[in-house]
Design a protein around this ligand. Structure first.
Ligand SMILES: Cc1cc2nc3c(=O)[nH]c(=O)nc-3n(C[C@H](O)[C@H](O)[C@H](O)COP(=O)(O)O)c2cc1C
Length: 210
């Protein structure tokens, strides 16, 4: 099933994006599993982060941390911790991003939220459970922005949670308090996606207006 942009109610009239941008970011964007050889430049990574960081987070906390895995040596180490079905595409993707969240994101509050730091830093220092829950939740919000940012830079993405986070943390986050939660393959896809788009839930099923 491909989604027909014209069949979505009033979409063209409602968006401030032009139809090409809406297609690239949403309607035509597909999860990729196979890749062309085209490299992803450092400038593109900088552009992706420049967009990603503008997404909203609670307390402006920005817990997301990204490890760019480009070298074959680092990639071999990563793939050891991926589920079997995710290994080949991770080995061949032009770029792989390991997304983690900082468990001590609150320590940067004097920079990220100076107007609240005096009040909230001691609270989050004491309440580890709520600090980690906020870090995890808000890093997932940022991951959504990251996917859209990569698409805005003309890349396809393949997000994955099929990996062993403890293994990835031991391998890549050993000297930090970062916790991995998603691995994202990135690059130009090779050819067309070979599977139909799975059903998306309709407005009336997924939403309620009160
Ligand atoms: C958080 C997350 C985790 C995912 N984990 C995996 C995974 O481990 N392996 C995989 O092959 N696909 C994984 N996917 C891909 C989804 O199955 C895919 O994005 C979804 O079916 C939509 O496909 P489409 O973008 O082509 O419509 C994951 C996607 C997300 C967002």
């Amino acid at each position: 099933m491909s989604i027909d942009i014209a069949s979505e109610p009033d979409l063209n009239n409602q968006l401030i994006l032009d139809a090409d941008a809406a297609a690239a970011l949403f309607m035509e964007a597909r999860t990729a599993n196979s890749w062309s050889d085209e490299k992803v430049s450092d400038e593109t990574l900088q552009a992706i982060y420049a967009l990603t960081k503008m997404g909203p987070t609670a307390f402006n906390g920005q817990p997301l941390r990204i490890t760019w895995v480009r070298s074959s040596e680092a990639r071999e180490r990563l793939v050891e911790h991926m589920m079997d079905g995710n290994k080949a595409k991770t080995l061949t993707a032009p770029m792989v991003a390991v997304l983690s969240f900082s468990q001590e994101w609150h320590a940067l509050m004097p920079t990220t939220a100076p107007h609240m730091a005096d009040m909230l830093m001691p609270m989050f220092e004491a309440n580890v459970e709520s600090r980690i829950a906020a870090g995890n939740n808000n890093a997932h919000v940022q991951a959504g922005y990251f996917i859209l940012a990569a698409r805005a830079a003309g890349l396809a993405v393949g997000p994955m949670t099929g990996f062993n986070p403890s293994g990835v943390d031991a391998e890549f986050n050993g000297d930090s308090n970062f916790k991995s939660f998603m691995v994202v393959n990135m690059g130009k896809p090779s050819g067309d996606v070979d599977r139909d788009r799975l059903h998306r839930l309709d407005f009336d099923l997924a939403t309620v207006t009160l």
